[in-house]
Design a protein around this ligand. Structure first.
Ligand SMILES: [Zn+2]
Length: 272
């Protein structure tokens, strides 16, 4: 794409993010690789829903604006660390979508194996630690999670989505917020039921076949996703109901837990 087309695409994605409430007022920032040495980045202090192509700032890979360009986003450091760590990534969308940011504020990652499409498209969505915006703390808190994850929550801050182009990064931001809303609804309805672990393994294999990164080795969240124990509904006693595909061992363990529960109905569900 030409520089002009990329500037127009940034304007369009900024408008969509603003209209969908992923950004408010002057929040958030977007960027895209222009070539091997330059980026296009949204400007500081502007509403991303009302940008014009000429407002976009061209910078080098250290975030320094080219001559005659405006002031670059104060969160440029986050974008730079992503481009340095992920040569495959060509676009970054950062915003504060309210439900996903609610999870980030509550300290809850979106890493439950609850929706097949999310496991296939994003794997897990981990929660990076808190860092003061615009300082080095923020990219450093994100750095361990960037390799192998295309979507992250940032504690007490927001969410970031990476993509091979701007639209892929934007659609991943949509998936983050959509999954957060579904997860919140399931929680309000009594709690999400996880997809059984052997079915999660199947989804991770589909992910690999599609050329997406496998569950990241060394990422505790990804490993938990790949080896999640079989899980069924929780019944009124707070015990899991047996799923139809449980093995004999699972059933033996479950019966033992039911017997324990009958001996002491309050075990395991006291509020500490
Ligand atoms: Zn932010």
């Amino acid at each position: 794409m030409s520089e002009r087309e990329l500037r127009e695409a940034l304007v369009e994605i900024g408008r969509r993010c603003y209209q969908r409430g992923y950004l408010s007022a002057y929040d958030g920032n977007l960027s895209v690789r222009l070539n091997s040495e330059q980026l296009l980045v949204t400007p500081s202090g502007a509403c991303k829903g009302l940008l014009q192509p000429q407002d976009i700032v061209r910078t080098d890979l250290q975030g320094h604006p080219a001559a005659g360009q405006g002031r670059v986003s104060s969160e440029i450091k986050m974008h730079l660390v992503i481009y340095q760590s992920r040569p495959d990534v060509a676009a970054v969308v950062h915003g504060h979508p309210p439900t996903a940011t609610g999870f980030a504020v509550a300290g809850i990652a979106l890493d439950r194996p609850a929706l097949a499409e999310v496991i296939v498209s994003l794997g897990c969505i981990p929660l990076a630690g808190y860092g003061t915006p615009s300082t080095d703390e923020l990219p450093e808190a994100m750095r361990p999670w960037i390799v192998g994850h295309d979507a992250l929550l940032m504690a007490n801050h927001g969410a970031v989505a990476l993509g091979r182009d701007l639209f892929e990064a934007y659609f991943r931001m949509e998936t983050i917020e959509h999954f957060a809303r579904i997860s919140l609804t399931a929680t309000l309805l009594g709690g999400a039921r996880d997809i059984p672990s052997h079915k999660v393994a199947e989804l991770l294999r589909i992910r690999e076949r599609l050329g997406l990164p496998p569950a990241t080795p060394g990422c505790p969240r990804c490993e938990a996703l790949a080896s999640a124990p079989p899980a069924g509904a929780r019944n009124r006693c707070g015990l899991e109901a047996p799923a139809a595909d449980w093995s004999e061992d699972d059933l033996v363990e479950w019966i033992a837990r039911v017997l324990e529960h009958l001996a002491d109905p309050h075990a395991g569900r006291r509020v500490e």
